[in-house]
Design a protein around this ligand. Sequence first.
Ligand code: PGA
Length: 257
Amino acid sequence: MNKNVRKAIIAGNWKMNKTRPEAKTLLEELKPLVADVKGVEIVACVPFTNLETALAVTAGTNIKVGAENCHFEKSGAFTGEISADMLAEMGVEYVVLGHSERRQYFGETDETVNKRTKAALAAGLKPIVCVGELLWERECDITEEVIARQIKLDLFGISAEDAKKCTIAYEPVWAIGTGKTATAEQAEEVCAFIRAQLEKKYDKATADSMTIQYGGSMNAKNAEELVKKPNVDGGLIGGASLKAPDFTAIIKAAEAN
Ligand code: PGA
């Protein structure tokens, strides 16, 4: 495969963690640890309330800032929502979309993930689109069907040119926050399957150029094994991104592979 034609991206997904002073402390600790990292895009996806702090603390560094969601309408009566334009105007670069926690707890569907992805792209943001099967679906041996469906629906109507601005995060739902990581072989198998779906939908050059991350209990210990795989181009990291030394170890593993 053409691992060297695409960007490795290690993104932290902070979820609903950290007040502003805590966010500042974590990023200040991270900055010097990763200052010399080359060839890996480092992203901190933080709660909306931390975006301004994160942007200020990381200005001029190699750490990019992302949000954890955005709405699909440009503006209007959507109490509690944040638009893609609002994020882009702040200088936010990335946005996580369709995370399984959004799908599970907040009624997110492939249709809304697709709409949010289009809105994010229109605003100039780089979406990190999450897909992944439930344990029950894996046990029923329909992982590939589930993933193929999510890729088709979530990227519906998105051009190859825009798809290249997207990262796909493969996050088996049973591995998120459970301490139960997919084996490197399982992660590679599904990431390769995702790339094949992208090739089918677009073309080989597009599929080869897109970053596909693994996510789900990725940590300082198992990161190397995962990112060594030819189709695993980085990670979306929850728990371990909240500790600067652990997050750094994952970034360094990606840098070395
Ligand atoms: P985890 O979360 O690393 O804590 O399992 C990953 C994610 O939800 O993106």
